[in-house]
Design a protein around this ligand. Structure first.
Ligand code: NCD
Length: 305
């Protein structure tokens, strides 16, 4: 029995096999419509979510399965003081697989250690978000045709942005990857990610505060929201929230084939005028996320089409 807590729990070969399955689902969804008949997914969301929770639910329904769960901590026994370990043991009696989002880093790992069914980390605090990374990788693969030889710019809240941490961990295992880190000084990528991921894998990276200057060299730009809920004070958030706003004028500096990605939700960091630019891929990422979650559920439940 396997869980997915960090993106590196999957080998590069397994990620490729998930991408292949997702592409097969896109080509022929009917073939997959009953592979999870009578199976139940439990979505345990202790923190708000639109895309990730609904994406997991849609994914399970499209595989023929069913969904149970809760969407806020105060509608679960956590409000009564129940531990994550006990919740995981309890839900193991009702469901076949768990998707868990939690504000505390490491909570899904604790759940996985106590559950008797697979646990998927659907985002833990400012730490990791491996299934968003699966969506991001499928998007890069479909739009750029490769996961090697890419220069990827990450812009915004690189400190608290868990999607950034997971995608960098995933990309570091491919060849010819270069990373450009664009953020205010206060929101730079944590040094543990620089040291344990970028430096360890010998990935060339640069740090800058200047988005316009970085754009011309990029194959993909990964924009992120400033993570208000992880700030200790509102003043800092207000000062930093509009540090970067991608608009049509800035996009003139970008290559014709650079793609714009964003895990969403967007606040102000991408002007809606970009939505009609063919390089905007963030809503494709949403759809790709559902297909990769379908492929992942199949892998962890060991079902085949
Ligand atoms: C992201 C998250 O929850 O970390 N959203 C998502 O799952 N697509 C990004 C964010 O909240 O900014």
């Amino acid at each position: 029995m396997r869980s997915l807590i960090s993106i590196t729990d999957l080998s590069v070969e397994e990620i490729q096999s998930l991408i292949d399955t997702a592409n097969q689902i896109i080509a022929d969804p009917d073939r997959f419509a009953h592979v999870c008949d009578r199976k139940k997914l439990a979505t345990l969301f202790f923190e708000p979510s639109t895309r990730t929770r609904l994406s997991f639910e849609a994914a399970m329904y499209e595989l023929g399965g069913n969904v149970i769960g809760f969407s806020s901590a105060n509608s679960s026994s956590a409000a009564k003081g129940e531990s994550v370990a006990d919740t995981a043991k309890t839900v193991s009696c009702y469901a076949d697989i768990i998707a868990m989002r939690h504000p505390k880093e490491g909570a899904p790992l604790v759940a996985a250690m106590n559950a008797s069914i697979p646990v998927i980390n659907a985002g833990d605090g400012g730490h990791n978000h491996p299934t968003q990374t699966l969506a991001d990788l499928l998007t890069l693969y479909r739009e750029k045709g490769r996961l090697n030889d890419l220069t990827v710019g990450f812009c915004g809240d690189l400190k608290f942005g868990r999607t950034v941490h997971s995608l960098i961990a995933a990309l570091a295992r491919y060849t010819g990857i270069k990373v450009v880190l664009i953020s205010p000084k206060e929101l730079q990528l944590p040094s543990y990610v620089k040291k344990d991921v970028l430096q360890k894998h010998g990935i060339p990276y640069t740090q800058t505060t200047n988005l316009e200057g970085a754009l011309p060299q990029l194959d993909a730009l990964y924009m992120t929201r400033v993570q208000r809920e992880r700030f200790f004070n509102e003043e800092d958030y207000l000062r930093l929230k509009d540090s970067y706003i991608l608009d049509p004028e800035k996009m003139r500096n970008a290559r014709e084939d650079m793609i714009v990605m964003h895990p969403l939700p967007r606040v102000n960091e991408i002007s809606v005028a970009i939505d009609s630019d063919p390089r905007a891929c963030y809503f494709k990422q949403v759809l790709n996320g559902k297909y990769m979650r379908m492929a992942l559920i199949m892998m962890l439940l060991e079902v085949k089409a």
